[in-house]
Each structure stands twice: as structure tokens, then as C-alpha cells.
Design a protein around this ligand. Structure first.
Ligand code: PEP
Ligand code: MG
Length: 588
């Protein structure tokens, strides 16, 4: 057996060793063999039977998955049932059977080709997702044409699932059974539905491996390292042992971190801090709370837009926000209004091509121009605030007071409208801004007086302050959260909020890095919002230190000249005083 090592993207952390279960790929037929006229009726009947069978399967799957992993994941089947009832789609298949006198298999394949061609001409995330759903439904109808189909059934044994790609329904039904040790796919990435599902079920997964399905066969031994994005096919014994011990180490690390999720968020000297989650999809909220998130510190709502071809209606916005608010219960949910523009483009809003998009019509600036859509979103956020009174409005890319005044006017108007229309909302819904433009940071002492809270978006703040494009690899070595200039700026912002007794949160990636989180704590930060998977680690770090001593360490750091000096000073001082804070943060 040949040994291979493949690199991909680790989308769900953890290590698993096991036997391969290679998932079959559905290949639509390209055979055009015609049939006699008198068989057309038979083909139409076969199609009807298959559609009926598919409907029954989808309803059953919807029920089962709803019970096993919750309704968040069974909504796919509802969408698929809709597709199945789409008259245009079914009529087109029937039309091809009649016009071309062909078998149902060929007609389904042709319809899929037609739709694929249409999808290919549109570069849009939402459309890509719809193509997926359509393929999923057509595949089911295709397979159901054969009553005696021999699908490869899994035998219930624990295996590593390898596939070119997993259709959403396949992912939901296979992963929720509890016998998938890990997943390895040729294509896909971090934000795919399968990736989100794998993370929420704690199944290690690596995607984007491009040719894993060509290199493996059923029964091969595989190691999937979801933390490092690696897959090892038929590894020699020594490597299996090495990964076996890595796996044990990782599993005990996770067990320990999970315990941390339930512990109090306090430093050794009992200073309270709050770990929050940054989420992009409503489905991520539950995972976040299980990781110890005490609220959703940043809901990046633009991802609702990226998943569709059109603009969401007020009711659609409302459904999503109220679902997250409900899952959060008493915990706060900071809903950021759309931050589109810059590198996050959305073709449906026909934003002009800008010479320098990062400095252009982005975030709140775009919302002011697209006032109609901004109002729709705000109405939905306000309505969702009525349910549990835990929702907050957060505005991105704010530069000055005029923008806050404008926002308040719009929110005031919407409140009046809602009142007239007898809609309920939280009269005291907190309004806050992101501090991510250096100008806003410099006047944060006056801005903070105008709002209920502020949240520091260090990803953008550092990019604009240090003039380093956050997504440009060539200058990434200059992106230094611990640069003394950044620390001084952060100190000013945090002090400004604390002086006014207003809440201040940090919601950039900086909050998820142990050393930077300590620096923030030392500057007086108590609210840390980050990707949920980092919460236990940061919580463990902050629980291992004394607030007072970290404050002293940071005070000295503020007088240093370079980021390197700050880092060295930090590592030395923290490690000598609280070694557990940094030593216990890695699994391998
Ligand atoms: C930030 O800029 O730090 C932030 C949290 O916002 P985003 O990463 O979505 O721009
Ligand atoms: Mg930002």
C-alpha cells in the first residue's frame, strides 16, 4: 500500500485515525440513446414515481436530522422540498423526455447541464450554493429512478468519510449518525455547510485536498489532521504511533478546554472578564455557547447577503436575528449592520468600481447611501429586540459624530414607524459603534459619550493605523498588534470608555491571540469577542493571571520602542510570573 501525504485546509480541528469509506460520486449520464415514442409514457411515469419517492425521503430526513442535530440543520431539507415542488424544473425534465424521446436519466442530466451553464455565468456565492442544492435534489431523483438501486450503505462501523464533495443533505445525514471519525474532501473550504456542521459536531475535517478521492480506496488507512490541514494515506506504523499520541494529547486538551468553558470567567485576583463570540451564520451560535461564549459580541450580518442572489426581506432578516436572540437567552447579541464594500463586495447593490475600495464606500457609508436596505435591516433588528431585550445595534466603519447623529435620526424614525404599525421593540436598545477608523479612535473620548458602548475592530483599526493591507501577504509581517503605537492608541480608547463607564469590547482577531489578549487585559479590557473555537483557550489564559500584575507588565510595555521589544518583554514577564497562561494554550 502506497503512502501519501496531502495538504488541504483544516476546517474542523482534531485528529482521527481510521479506515476509509469512499463516498460514491453521482455522475449524470451523457448517453443520448433515444427511445420509441410508445415508451415516453413509461419514462414520465418513472419520473413521477421517483419524484414521489424523493419527496418521502426528504421529509423523513428532515424529521430525523431535526431530532438528531437540531432544526438549524434540517432547514436544508425544507429548501429541497421546495425545489422538488418547482413546476418549472419538473416540467422542463418532462418536456425533454417528450421532445427528445429520451430516458428520464438523460433528461435530468440535461436539465442539470442547462442550470449549471446559467449558474456559471454568475459569480455569486448565493448562486453557487443554489447550484449545489439543485444538484442535490436532481441527484436524488436520478438515483430514485432505479427501484433496485444498490447504494453503498454504511455498515454502521466507525470510518473516515472521503468524498469529492458532500451535498448538503448527504453531509447532514452522514455526519449526524455518530460513526464518522473524520472527513476528507477534494473541494470545499471553511465556510461551507459541511465545514460548519463538522465543527459543531466536533468531527475533524480537511477540505480542498483536490485529489484525495483518486488516491484512496475503501479499506485504506487514513490519518486526518484537521488542526494542521493534513491527510496521510496508509502511513507507516511509526507515523501512526506518532499521530496516535498526538490524537490522545489533542483529545485531552479539548476535554480540559471544555471543562474551562464551564468555569467562571475571572482572573486569579477575581477580576471578571467576558468571552464573546464572533459569528457569521446563525447556526454558529450554539457551538459558541457550548464553548463558553457569554454572548455574541459580533454578528457579521453581511454573510446573510453573501448567501443569496437577492436582497433579504425584513421578515427574513427578522427570522435570523430572532433565532440568534432566542438561542442566546439572557446573553447579549451585538448585531452589526452590514459591512459591505472594501474587499467584501455584493454585486446586487451595484457598487461602482472604486480605485481604493478599503478607503471607499464601505460599511456605514454604504448603508447611508443604500438607506432603503439599511432601514429594512434596522426594522428587523429592532423587532427582534422586543423578544428577549438582549439585542444591540452596532455600526461599522464610523469616522465621526455626524454619522452617529444621522444613525440616531434614522433609528428614531423607524421606532416611530414601528410604533404606528403596532410592532414591539426594546425601547432602550443599546446603540454602539465599531472603532476601526484611526480618526474615530483619536476622538473616541467624545464619540463614546454619544453611544451606549464601543467595540474595537482591531483588524481594520490596525490596517488603517499602520497602513498595512490586512489581506496582503507581502506586507503581513508589518501587521503588528503589539506595536507600541497600537498599544498607546488602544489605551486611549479603552481609557475613554472606562472613564465614561461605558462598555468597551474588542472584536478583532487580536482578542483570540493569548499574548495580545493579555496585553488588552492589562490595558483595562474586559470584553473579548472572537471566533468561538478560540474561546476556551483565551479563557484559560486569562484565568491563569493576576489582573494587577498584567497591568504592571503592560505599563512597562507602553514605554518600549518596537513590537519586538514588547513581545519579548511580555513573554519574559508573563512566563516568569504566570507560566500556565501561555504554556497551556497549545495542543501539540
Ligand atoms: C475588525 O475590523 O476588527 C472587525 C472585527 O471587523 P471585520 O473583520 O468584519 O472587518
Ligand atoms: Mg472591520
Amino acid at each position: 500500500m502506497e503512502y501519501f501525504r496531502l495538504r488541504g485546509t483544516g476546517v474542523s480541528p482534531g485528529i482521527a485515525v481510521g479506515e476509509v469509506l469512499l463516498s460514491e460520486r453521482i455522475v449524470f449520464t451523457s448517453r443520448k440513446n433515444g427511445i420509441k415514442k410508445e415508451y415516453i409514457g413509461r419514462e414520465l411515469k418513472r419520473l413521477d414515481v421517483s419524484i414521489h419517492r424523493t419527496g418521502k425521503q426528504l421529509k423523513k430526513l428532515k424529521e430525523e436530522i431535526g431530532k438528531r442535530v437540531g432544526s438549524d440543520h434540517s432547514f436544508i431539507f425544507e429548501a429541497h422540498l421546495f425545489i422538488l415542488q418547482d413546476n418549472c424544473l419538473i416540467s422542463r425534465i418532462k418536456e425533454i423526455i417528450k421532445d427528445e424521446r429520451c430516458r428520464a436519466e438523460r433528461a435530468i442530466s440535461k436539465v442539470f447541464e442547462e442550470y449549471s451553464r446559467m449558474f456559471k455565468s454568475i459569480e455569486d456565492e448565493y448562486f453557487k450554493q443554489r447550484e449545489y442544492d439543485l444538484k442535490d435534489v436532481l441527484s436524488k431523483i436520478y438515483l430514485n429512478l432505479k427501484s433496485d438501486k444498490k447504494l453503498k450503505e454504511d455498515d454502521g462501523k466507525e470510518k473516515i468519510l472521503v468524498a469529492h464533495d458532500l451535498l448538503p443533505s448527504e453531509a447532514a445525514s452522514r455526519l449526524s449518525k455518530g460513526n464518522v471519525l473524520a472527513v476528507a474532501l477534494d473541494i470545499g473550504g471553511t465556510t461551507s455547510h459541511t465545514a460548519i456542521l463538522a465543527r459543531s459536531l466536533n468531527i475533524p475535517a480537511v477540505m480542498g485536498l483536490s485529489q484525495v478521492t483518486r488516491k484512496v480506496k475503501d479499506g485504506d488507512t487514513l490519518i486526518v489532521d484537521g488542526t494542521n490541514g493534513e491527510v496521510l494515506i496508509n502511513p507507516p506504523l511509526a507515523i501512526r504511533r506518532e499521530f496516535g499520541s498526538k490524537q490522545k494529547k489533542y483529545d485531552s486538551y479539548v476535554r480540559e478546554l471544555k471543562k474551562t468553558a464551564k468555569l467562571e470567567s475571572r482572573t486569579l485576583d477575581r477580576v471578571r472578564f467576558f468571552p464573546f463570540a464572533n459569528i457569521e451564520l446563525p447556526e454558529e451560535a450554539d457551538l459558541a455557547f457550548s464553548m463558553g461564549a457569554e454572548g455574541v459580541g459580533l454578528f457579521r450580518t453581511e454573510f446573510i447577503f453573501f448567501q443569496r442572489k437577492d436582497l433579504p426581506s425584513e421578515q427574513e432578516h427578522y427570522k435570523i436575528y430572532s433565532q440568534v436572540a432566542k438561542n442566546a437567552g439572557k446573553k447579549p447579541v451585538y448585531i452589526r449592520t452590514v459591512d459591505i464594500g472594501g474587499e467584501k463586495n455584493f454585486p446586487q447593490l451595484s457598487i461602482e468600481k472604486e480605485p481604493n475600495p478599503a478607503l471607499g464606500l464601505r460599511g456605514f457609508r454604504l448603508s447611508l447611501r443604500e438607506r432603503k436596505h439599511f432601514k429594512i435591516q434596522l426594522r428587523a433588528i429592532l423587532r427582534a429586540s422586543a423578544l428577549y431585550k438582549n439585542v444591540r445595534i452596532m455600526l461599522p466603519m464610523i469616522t465621526g459624530i455626524e454619522e452617529i447623529e444621522e444613525a440616531k435620526l434614522i433609528i428614531g424614525e423607524i421606532k416611530e414607524e414601528l410604533k404606528d404599525q403596532k410592532f414591539k421593540y426594546d425601547e432602550n436598545i443599546p446603540l454602539g459603534i465599531m472603532i476601526e477608523v484611526p480618526a474615530a479612535a483619536a476622538v473616541s473620548d467624545s464619540l463614546v459619550k454619544e453611544v451606549d458602548y464601543i467595540s474595537i475592530g482591531t483588524n481594520d483599526l490596525i490596517q488603517y493605523y499602520l497602513a498595512v493591507d490586512r489581506s496582503n501577504e507581502l506586507v503581513s509581517y508589518l501587521f503588528k498588534p503589539l506595536h507600541p503605537s497600537v498599544l498607546r492608541l488602544l489605551k486611549f480608547i479603552i481609557d475613554s470608555a472606562n472613564k465614561e463607564k461605558k462598555e468597551v469590547t474588542v472584536c478583532g482577531e487580536m482578542a483570540a491571540d493569548p499574548l495580545s489578549a493579555l496585553a488588552l487585559l492589562g490595558l483595562g479590557m474586559k470584553r473579548f469577542s472572537m471566533n468561538p473555537i478560540f474561546i476556551p483557550k483565551i479563557k484559560k489564559t486569562l484565568r491563569s493571571v493576576e489582573y494587577k500584575s498584567v497591568q504592571m507588565i503592560v505599563e512597562k510595555a507602553l514605554a518600549l520602542k518596537t513590537a519586538r521589544e514588547v513581545e519579548e518583554h511580555f513573554l519574559e514577564s508573563v512566563l516568569s510570573k504566570h507560566p500556565e497562561a501561555l504554556l497551556a494554550t497549545e495542543a501539540s
